[in-house]
Ligand binder design. Structure first.
Ligand SMILES: *Cc1c(COP(=O)(O)O)cnc(C)c1O
Length: 403
């Protein structure tokens, strides 16, 4: 599609043909799975030209990707206003690591939100510290301490919305603007809202990354990540990913592309089901607080409504009092929710929320909750009938009350 025109259409329209380039893959609807490491050159003159092929969108060598992967990254670029290109990574975590290793050098400081996805926190303390990069954890809801935390060496700020497990919604445009004023770059993990729910680059963020494993894959059968940026940063990300030898398989790229076609209707259905379940939970005496930004009255709802065009089926809630054992009894009693990591698939999942040991600067439980209201549950609402999910919760609350 004409580069200048692709943002004129609505998201659903763009999802249908995103990444389809006849010059790469001919007239088929879906790009073939182009499984290849090696390109054969007809002669030495062509061989000498080889490295330039890739820049022209011609196959050069498997590590630089092939048309199946190009179609996916082109599709993702087309969904992100302000992006010049998208790098694919073999998982969401490797996208985070790839961005960090592209933009940081020994001696730099990286600011990480205290409520970040836990492997991002662990990357700060592990990989980055090992390479001489200093992580500093900040409270993304407190712009004053955030602003004060910058120093001469602060090179990059990681952003994430909402917070992992506890679902706080920070003011992303303000956090990104302050980072820029301080001369630092910002990179946002936008896995939750995705490109349809939040346009990170248009809101002042420099690099946006997604765990495609979640909603884009959408069917719990592919691991992948991506990072998109404007031209200069995209080139830096691309070069570093190539030097790290990061590639995704064409089979996985085809699965992610298939997921992408139905992203909008799946996320919309999940969101409306999640709101039904969240609203029901908010009426229950067993629940101290529902942490669902899409729910009017829930923490972060106003900032979410101001900045976001959508959400998804992932939210948490905190039980009133109780113990870890009673919370675990609730989860064990659920029949329609799997107990499992990941989210954004077609099936509902439940995981325990115990954020206290993962926080440096943000209090848990947060203000307004009693000290005993500390054990939570995170739901990833799938495509089941919401009435069945609610009945399942009702049964599980009854089981939780038994001793
Ligand atoms: C799952 C997740 C990731 C990591 O993705 P993987 O593909 O599992 O490595 C990154 N960020 C967020 C917010 C996630 O939920």
């Amino acid at each position: 599609m004409d580069e200048d025109k692709r943002h004129e259409h609505g998201a659903a329209t763009r999802l249908v043909a995103a990444g389809r380039r006849p010059e790469w893959t001919g007239a088929v609807v879906n790009p073939p799975i182009w499984r290849a490491s090696t390109h054969l050159y007809p002669d030495m003159a062509a061989h000498a030209e080889g490295p330039r092929y890739n820049e022209d969108g011609r196959f050069f060598y498997g590590r630089r990707g092939a048309p199946t992967q190009w179609a996916l990254s082109d599709a993702l670029t087309g969904l992100e206003a302000g992006a010049a290109g998208t790098v694919l990574y073999p998982s969401g975590v490797s996208a985070i690591a790839g961005v960090m290793l592209a933009l940081l050098a020994p001696g730099d400081v990286v600011m990480i939100p205290d409520n970040a996805y836990d492997p991002s926190r662990a990357m700060g303390r592990g990989l980055l510290t090992d390479f001489g990069i200093e992580p500093r954890f900040y409270d993304p809801l407190d712009l004053t301490t955030y602003t004060e935390a910058f120093c001469e060496r602060t090179r990059l700020v990681l952003l994430e919305a909402p917070g992992s497990l506890t679902m706080e919604v920070p003011d992303i445009p303000a956090l990104a603007r302050i980072a820029r004023e301080k001369g630092a770059l910002s990179a946002m993990d936008n896995t939750w809202a995705g490109p349809l729910g939040f346009q990170a680059l248009a809101n002042g963020v420099d690099v946006v990354l997604h765990a495609l494993t979640k909603h884009v894959g959408g069917h719990s059968d592919v691991m992948m990540g991506s990072a998109s940026a404007g031209e200069d940063l995209y080139q830096r990300l691309r070069k570093r990913a190539q030097s790290l030898g990061l590639v995704v398989s064409p089979d996985d790229a085809a699965l992610a592309l298939r997921g992408l076609r139905t992203l909008k209707i799946r996320v919309e259905q999940e969101t409306s089901s999640a709101l039904e379940v969240a609203r029901w939970l908010s009426q229950r005496t067993e629940v101290a607080r529902v942490l669902c930004p899409m729910l009017p009255g829930a923490p972060g709802h106003e900032v979410w409504a101001r900045d976001f065009a959508g959400g998804c089926g992932l939210f948490s809630f905190v039980l009133r009092g109780g113990t870890r054992a009673s919370r675990n009894r609730f989860i064990d009693a659920l029949e329609l929710f799997g107990i499992g990591y990941s989210w954004g698939g077609f099936e509902s999942l439940a995981t325990p929320v115990d954020p206290a040991p993962m926080r440096d600067v943000m209090a848990w439980p947060p203000s307004g909750l009693e000290a005993g209201d500390r054990y939570g549950v995170r739901f990833s609402i799938g495509l089941e009938d919401p009435a069945d999910l609610i009945a399942d919760c009702e049964r599980a609350f009854a089981r939780m009350a038994e001793t």
